[in-house]
Design a binder for this molecule. Structure first.
Ligand SMILES: Nc1ncnc2c1ncn2[C@@H]1O[C@H](COP(=O)(O)OP(=O)(O)OP(=O)(O)O)[C@@H](O)[C@H]1O
Length: 593
């Protein structure tokens, strides 16, 4: 329950909605109670006047009396109708305040969680599955919304109604009030128990359903693999098993659901019987009128739904508390990647790694060991090495996706840690190894949020990345949609689009992480030559497996197991006859073959 305290700040923000909601609840309940009293007056009037009416049987007075009598009943009827109408209007206003408030809170909370996610380091996203992140921002926030919306509304309604109805019932007859209320706690407890069971089973179903949809999504994403390995039957058997599980869980829920209404009807019936039995005895004793009995029956029916809602409300609050706890768990995670000095300045582009040791926090793998390297402003350095030698790690560190475990990185001779992270990253063009394009147009994928980027710049970047001819051949050109609802680019096209995205931002430091692996050597040469021109006076780091990507660099650094084993120009390394030369010969031979 403590977790829900977090929401108080939002309730405070929207306090006027809440206050007005409470006022409207009181008024709507008043208009709900008055008709019950009107019914009592009307009924008592009928009973009282009926005897006198028959007394005047056959006289002119009887028809006059009938007119007055009918008019009074009509008046009561109209008054009851007016009250119902007013109650309806105020109920509408209750929803327009409290439910609207809950939607505002849901919106704010979702934004806050999303914004917080964005501040978290990449290691956080490796530790938690995307499904989990999505569930907390959608399902959990929705559960919390039910607490600050309907649950709060029914809670307030119950309190107001109880105060009004019970205090009024007590003024009429204490004994009858006691008997009438006797089954209600039982009703509330049974609703709570049944509801908790329903909730538990619904959660199981929800979990099973998300498992089922994940399975289907994966199966159809990998449909090509399934078909080529002729695994359709196996895939269907798996699906059938998952669906069977879902069906069984749903049937279990239906069983509990079927108990729900009979239990409620039984308990309400019990209350009504008690009213008639105890109330009847009170009438015989002359303490109550038949009108009072009818009025009490109406009150009990008025209380039934809120009391039922109490069980529902309690279980919803519990559910919201556990959801909020899950949300808080993530909100409490703070990024370690902070900057105290927040330096903002245009970069020159020199990079110095000073005795860097880096161990990935989530896997404990040491990716870099006693690593020293200086890249001068405007220099193009190629990083070569076997898989897992730590090349991408260097890119991660330059982008400050991680901080080194030991040692220091200097950018323009100032510690990287002191830079304002966003302003710093804005000046870096990073093309990651695993290209990611959004389901949007080609133009928007290059522009990527920079709305004021002139179209000429996008076009130039696309030309420099040697993608211009491909785009020209698409019927919709730059407006071609990518992703699920659009076309699928080839691996090399994707890589080139990703390069265009990085260079369109006119970066001071460009990092290409093995992003030319899917293009042929000819295209690779064109792109590298273009880059040489645009990155003149700017720093470039080209990470690659291929010697062909490294050849044009000012300097080549060869990595092995997180350490530099060789560095120099292409010619120097060839003359050295070491690992680079060996790699060069192998790749040359492979190309010739
Ligand atoms: N995010 C990560 N979390 C944990 N360990 C990682 C992470 N990224 C890489 N590693 C590990 O760190 C080591 C260095 O990885 P890195 O990606 O830097 O190698 P690489 O030289 O770029 O390899 P490749 O050429 O295959 O991309 C590897 O052993 C890898 O398993």
């Amino acid at each position: 329950m403590k977790a829900l305290k977090y929401l108080n700040q939002y309730l405070l923000k929207y306090k006027w909605y809440l206050i007005l909601g409470i006022i409207f609840t009181v008024i709507s309940n008043l208009f709900g109670i008055i008709p019950a009293q009107l019914v009592r007056y009307a009924l008592d009037l009928v009973i009282d006047t009926l005897d006198i009416y028959y007394l005047f049987s056959g006289s002119v007075l009887q028809s006059k009396m009938y007119d007055i009598f009918a008019f009074s009943i009509l008046l009561y009827g109209l008054l009851i109708l007016a009250m119902a109408l007013l109650k309806g209007i105020f109920l509408f206003l209750v929803r327009q305040t409290i439910i609207v408030m809950s939607r505002h809170i849901e919106f704010d909370l979702k934004n806050d969680v999303y914004q917080h996610y964005q501040t978290l380091p990449t290691s956080f996203f490796r530790q938690h599955s995307t499904g989990d992140l999505m569930a907390r921002i959608s399902e959990d926030v929705s559960n919390v919304r039910i607490y600050v919306g309907p649950a709060l509304m029914y809670g307030i309604n119950l309190i107001v109604l109880f105060i009004l109805v019970i205090s009024y019932m007590l003024t009429v007859n204490v004994k009858l009030t006691f008997y009438v209320l006797l089954p209600l706690p039982l009703l509330s407890i049974s609703v709570y128990i049944v509801n908790s069971m329903i909730m538990k089973r619904s959660q199981e179903i929800q979990k099973q359903l998300s498992g089922l949809s994940t399975y289907v999504q994966e199966a159809f994403s990998g449909i090509r693999v399934i078909k080529s390995f002729v695994q359709e039957k196996h895939s269907f058997t798996n699906f059938k098993n998952e669906a069977e599980d879902f069906k069984n869980k749903s049937l279990k829920l239906t069983k509990v659901d079927s108990f729900f209404f009979p239990i409620i009807l039984l308990l309400i019936g019990l209350s009504n019987i008690l009213i008639i039995y105890v109330g009847g005895k009170e009438i015989i004793n002359g303490n109550l009128t038949p009108g009072n009995i009818t009025e009490f029956i109406l009150y009990v029916n008025m209380l039934t739904w809120p009391v039922m809602a109490l069980g529902w409300t309690t279980s919803q609050i519990q559910r919201a508390a556990s959801s909020q706890q899950r949300i808080n768990e993530f909100l409490d995670v703070k990024t370690t990647l902070v900057s105290e000095k927040n330096i903002v300045h245009p970069l020159d582009g020199s990079i110095t790694f000073k005795n860097i040791n880096f161990i990935y926090p989530d896997s404990g793998i040491q990716a870099l060991e006693n690593f020293d390297l200086t890249v001068k402003k405007g220099e193009t350095v190629a990083i070569l090495g076997t898989t897992g030698s730590g090349k991408s790690t260097l890119a991660h560190l330059i982008c400050r996706l991680y901080d080194p475990t030991e040692g220091e990185i200097l950018i323009d001779n100032l510690p990287l840690k002191d830079y304002n992270i966003q302003e710093y990253r804005r000046q870096i063009g990073y093309v990651p190894q695993d290209v990611f394009l959004f389901s949007d147009s080609i133009e928007n994928n290059v522009r990527f949020g920079t709305t004021d980027m002139p179209f000429e710049r996008i076009e130039q970047a696309v030309k420099d990345a040697d993608l211009y001819n491909n785009i020209k051949n698409f019927p919709l050109g730059y407006g071609t949609m990518l992703g699920e609802r659009g076309i699928t680019l080839s691996g090399g096209q994707k890589q080139r689009l990703s390069i265009a995205r990085a260079i369109a931002r006119d970066p001071k430091i460009l990092i290409l992480d093995d992003c030319l692996s899917a293009v042929d050597t000819n295209t690779e040469n064109i792109i590298l030559n273009n880059l040489k021109r645009i990155m003149d006076q700017r720093t470039s780091i080209i990470i690659s497996h291929r010697v062909s990507s490294a050849k044009l660099a000012d300097r080549i650094v060869v990595l092995d197991d997180g350490k530099i084993i060789e560095q120099g120009t292409h010619q120097e390394l060839i003359n050295k006859n070491g690992s680079y030369k060996e790699l060069y010969d192998k790749q040359l031979m492979a190309e010739e073959v």
